[in-house]
Design a binder for this molecule. Structure first.
Ligand code: MOS
Length: 765
């Protein structure tokens, strides 16, 4: 049973969103490149991130990390740390407050909060990974805490950890499910079809471990009040889910916890559910004053998981005309016994191509490492690397243009679910992208384009990311002056949350932008399981705002109709439009009333609606995803292997684009992260002892400006009838297909097929 089916069964009612949204025809701000409402504050340093909040009497916590991957703490010598200047407490498993082991991610019950591992947090002597916090030192300044932390000495009884991915392969198992979907799926008779295929390829694709490196390292400030209430500033992708997780761990009422995060410096899947937050809360309890725990870059590598190492095999069989007859995509990823997250690398082949015979299957191995987690398009980013490299290899075998190969294998309905696509115009994205990129000028012959010592090549690959939406609640208030306040606990991690939601609410309410106040990032706002993840947030809030505005408009209409003299007296809700700050008869500019007039004449100071959008029925009835075509050019130095990416064009099919400026920024960010995944990033892991060897930006290389070309972004702009406002997700789409586009361009440039990421220069010599 799928996640969505489960959600549906647990939700009793839903709001139908089937009719075409009338707003699509009358928008004013939607679709405009409105400048970020918080852009100036961010540039001036006035937008406050977690670490920047100041509380009176603040103290500072620094973790001590284990240096073994498995075993028991025999002895912790904290005496010299305790005596160091300014030290308030050294917290270990021996004196930390009791905390319940956190709830593991459960998509059937996401509203209760979650962590990425259900291990107890510093509650006993056991050590489960190299980097697990074994002590927290709290002092009156960050420097003194850092210094004292270095004085804590820990003795261990070490055991042999399972840390070798290769070594654990014989113990690989099929997980019970993958994000609620079956781990294995077979259609037709794939083995026969493979052996009878006129043309076939079969290869193994590997990707490195990757770590989260958001510009803002994880940070928390926690303060308990005298009544046992808790205030937490936290760099989180969900303030209210974090509140629920803390309520579970500390056995508090969720109403007694307030989690605040007005700005988050990037999340990418890595900023929710890690132990830094509860440890800060426990530290504040121990010293009975506010505590800030701001992880160092190294601390993020130690305590926060990243993208699993992976190995995938793809076999494709086709007729000579290019029609696929067999598709096999299997994958092996690593996880932990406490996290159990099987990264969904075989999701793309379930939805991308028409093949009468198909098998997908995933296995996992358990390693003694920090739990792995989501990282921008988890599954789809590495999954499309394998599948889209394989499609390019097949195109080469067939001597067929790779775009043509994809076009002729475009499915008419979802290949593995018996449902129609809500809106899929991938072929159109390829057509527009090819034209703009100049794909026709490419020579398909490998190693045929040269510029001095530089071998030049171009590659394409498909981008794919599923559509997600959560049921959510918003509260909207119309004030006496006719302006609006929209409240929901979303997270701004750099995507432009407030900007796009103000655009939408302004159009929906018929107000100018500056008359809409959007409040978010605070768990004291309506409690609803909102998560800036899965590229869902824009659509999720839009659906809830639409429902709330409808309720509010009906309320205001009723109020107006209490007066005999109201120009709305005989109107039905359907007759009206929201514009000029009020409700007006559709097509009649002057006949209507402003919100301010309705409230004032009705003797009400304000009007308010708190409304929930329904569960995502649309995703049950339709196969819904965003798509795209990634085009890139590479130059490879024949002598040194140096690789450059001078040109990129992303052509996307993501439905309505609410704000072209913030959307392009999301796409570019995704593609840049894809360039990092393909070329520069790699977590170096010592398989003898299970320790990450490069926990810093000096040795873990994220792409810098010189690694990134100008990235051109285009999109179809075809609204999806099933998505709120026609808009599907964009935050994660950009990274998908990016690594394959580069690998395919490298093959075109050099004739070398690199099947293990990252593509470093040694692999090109
Ligand atoms: Mo995203 S990896 O769902 O934050």
């Amino acid at each position: 049973m799928s996640v969505m089916q489960n959600i549906l069964e647990t939700v009793a009612h839903f709001v139908s969103d089937k009719q075409k949204d009338p707003l699509l025809d009358q928008e004013v701000y939607l679709g405009q490149s409105v400048v970020r409402v918080d852009g100036a504050d961010k540039v001036r340093g006035e937008a406050r991130f977690t670490s920047e909040f100041k509380l009176d009497n603040m103290s500072y916590a620094v973790p001590v990390y284990s240096t073994i991957a498995k075993g028991k703490i025999r002895k912790i010598d904290a005496a010299s740390a305790q005596q160091a200047p300014g030290v308030l407490a050294v917290i270990t498993f021996e004196n930390i407050m009791r905390m319940k082991a956190p709830p593991i991610v459960d998509f059937h019950n996401i509203g209760k909060g979650f962590a990425l591992s259900d291990l107890p947090i510093m509650q006993n002597a056991e050590v489960h990974w190299d980097g697990e916090p074994v002590a927290i030192v709290v002092a009156d300044t960050p420097e003194r805490a850092e210094d004292a932390a270095s004085l804590v000495s820990v003795e261990y009884d070490a055991e042999t950890p399972d840390v070798s991915f290769e070594g654990m392969k014989p113990k690989a198992i099929v997980p019970s499910d993958i994000m609620g979907e079956p781990p294995e799926l077979e259609i037709g008779a794939v083995k026969n079809a493979m052996s009878e295929a006129e043309v076939s390829i079969r290869n193994v694709y590997r990707a490195a471990r990757y770590n989260h490196n958001a510009i803002e390292p994880h940070a928390t400030i926690a303060a308990w009040d005298e009544q046992g209430g808790l205030l937490v500033y936290d760099s989180t992708q969900s303030v209210n889910l974090t509140a629920h997780t803390l309520s579970y761990i500390f056995d508090l009422k969720v109403q007694d916890i307030r989690v605040v995060a007005p700005f988050v410096g990037g999340g990418f899947g890595g900023k929710i559910g890690w132990s830094n937050t509860p440890l800060c809360v426990a530290a504040a309890h121990a010293v009975n004053r506010p505590v800030k725990l701001a992880l160092s870059r190294k601390g993020v590598f130690r305590m926060v998981g990243g993208r699993t190492i992976s190995e995938q095999e793809v076999a494709l069989g086709a007729r000579k005309d290019g029609k696929l007859t067999a598709l096999i995509h299997t994958g092996l990823t690593a996880t932990t016994t406490s996290g159990r997250y099987a990264e969904q690398c075989t999701f793309p082949p379930r939805h991308l191509y028409a093949s009468p015979n198909l098998f997908v299957g995933q296995k996992i191995v358990y390693l003694d490492t920090v739990a792995n987690t989501w990282m921008r398009a988890p599954g789809e980013s590495i999954g499309t690397f394998a599948l889209e490299s394989a499609m390019d290899e097949l195109a080469h075998e067939l001597k067929m243009d790779p775009i043509e190969l994809r076009r002729i294998n475009e499915p008419e309905k979802d290949p593995t679910k018996d449902i129609e696509f809500s809106s899929r115009h991938l072929t159109e994205a390829y057509r527009r992208g090819a034209e703009k990129f100049g794909w026709q000028r490419r020579n398909p012959e490998p190693r045929s384009q040269r510029d001095g010592k530089w071998l030049v090549g171009q590659g394409v690959a498909t981008a794919y990311y599923p559509f997600m939406r959560f049921p959510a609640k918003v509260r909207i208030q119309i004030c006496a002056d006719g302006s609006a306040i929209v409240q929901t606990p979303g997270s701004e991690m750099g995507m432009g949350l407030a900007t796009t939601q103000i655009q939408h609410a302004a159009d929906r309410l018929g107000l100018p932008l500056d008359r809409v106040n959007f409040q978010y990032g605070d768990s004291s706002l309506p409690d609803t399981p909102m998560l800036a993840g899965g590229s869902n947030q824009t659509a999720t809030i839009i659906a809830a705002v639409r429902a709330a505005v409808e309720e509010l408009h009906r309320e205001l209409l009723t109020l107006a109709q209490e007066r005999a003299d109201s120009p709305l007296k005989s109107a039905k809700y359907e007759d009206l439009e929201a514009r000029n700050g009020g409700l007006f008869w559709a097509g009649d500019t002057d006949r209507g009333e402003t919100y301010a007039a309705i409230l004032q004449k009705g003797g009400q100071p304000s009007a308010e609606a708190e409304t929930s959008s329904g569960p995502p029925m649309e995703t049950m009835k339709h196969s819904m995803a965003s798509y795209g075509a990634q085009f890139c050019e590479v130059r490879v130095n024949e002598e040194s292997g140096e690789l450059r990416v001078p040109r990129w064009l992303g052509s996307f099919d993501c439905g309505t684009v609410v704000n072209p400026k913030t959307a392009a920024s999301q796409f570019r960010g995704g593609i840049i992260m894809g360039i990092g995944m393909a070329l520069t990033e790699e977590t170096l892991f010592d398989e003898r002892r299970g320790r990450i060897m490069n926990p810093s930006l000096a040795e873990y290389h994220v792409p810098v400006n010189l690694d990134v070309p100008y990235i051109e972004i285009i999109y179809n702009g075809i609204p999806d009838d099933q998505a709120p406002l026609g808009a599907r997700g964009i935050g994660e789409l950009g990274i998908t297909g990016a690594a394959a586009a580069i690998a395919n361009a490298v093959f075109n440039a050099t004739g070398k097929r690199v099947r293990d990421l990252p593509i470093t220069l040694d692999k090109l010599l």
